[in-house]
Write a protein of this length. Structure first.
Length: 275
């Protein structure tokens, strides 16, 4: 009888110790998560419930749990108002090497909103498999305010990957930046950045080399003279690519009423981009 009592007492003691351990030492997935983060993604800015204005720069990181990098990005983010209307969409661009578990990301959203109200940023993971069960989302509540930032709006010109026989055919795409008096230079700088990730997915390309810089830009008597760094002509061969480069630069500048013609040079030489 005494042995039975001792055995029962030991069993009860083990149960009590086990329950106490579970209460005071929760599992890792039960640890409270800070606002702006769930398993696999953390948003540095903005934080949950924070007031936002346009333009909004979003930063954060992903670190597994279905949140991965693929071809330079880690997913997308959409901004909605309290009625469910989509106000903006952005690509979560990887900062640095994307083929690793922990990846920092950023994007900038431009949106129009009048008044004050609530909204949501919804983050969608990058899912190259296309399998629905691998889709992940993260919702971050925010407060919307009327944007006070003045902007300059213009177009930049890119080619389509299915360019066909018309090498000089380029298409306009909208850009918006913070207000500037040097709008022609701002347009060229946006052109040199190349198509956005969304535009690349739509098949848009640029014939302009990466790393090209603007040395100078002057506009006088209807003539825009723009001088670029040597990267503009490096490795450029063939009349088709030359025509495409000239068309991209010329059309981007000639959208402005003060520009009637364009002279392109590299480090002061205007005998460049010859077919």
């Amino acid at each position: 009888m005494k042995k039975i009592i001792i055995i029962i007492s030991c069993i009860l003691a083990v149960i009590i110790i086990g329950v106490s351990f579970m209460l005071f030492f929760p599992k890792n997935n039960q640890v409270p998560i800070e606002q702006g983060a769930i398993e696999g993604i953390e948003v540095f800015y903005p934080k949950s419930g924070e007031s936002i204005l346009s333009p909004l720069k979003i930063t954060g990181k992903v670190n597994g749990g279905g949140w991965i990098g693929f071809e330079g990005q880690v997913g997308i983010v959409k901004l909605f108002d309290n009625s469910g209307k989509e106000l903006a969409l952005g690509i979560l661009t990887a900062q640095g090497e994307w083929m690793q578990k922990e990846i920092n990301f950023e994007t900038t959203l431009w949106f129009d909103y009048s008044g004050e109200g609530s909204g949501q940023l919804i983050f969608y993971n990058e899912n190259p498999s296309g399998e629905a069960q691998r889709n992940k989302t993260f919702t971050l509540p925010v407060k919307l305010n009327t944007s006070s930032a003045a902007t300059s709006n213009f177009k930049v010109y890119f080619s389509n990957s299915d360019i066909g026989l018309d090498c000089a055919k380029v298409l306009p795409f909208e850009r918006r930046v913070l207000k500037t008096e040097a709008v022609a230079r701002a347009a060229l700088e946006e052109l040199l950045k190349g198509p956005s990730d969304l535009e690349k997915y739509a098949g848009l390309i640029t014939s302009i080399n990466s790393g090209v810089k603007i040395n100078s830009l002057t506009i006088e008597n209807g003539v825009a003279r723009v001088d670029f760094s040597e990267e503009l002509e490096q490795g450029v061969a063939g009349s088709c690519k030359v025509q495409a480069i000239r068309a991209q630069i010329t059309e981007t500048l000639q959208q402005f009423s003060t520009v009637k013609s364009v002279v392109i040079s590299v480090n002061g030489r205007d005998d460049i981009l010859q077919p």
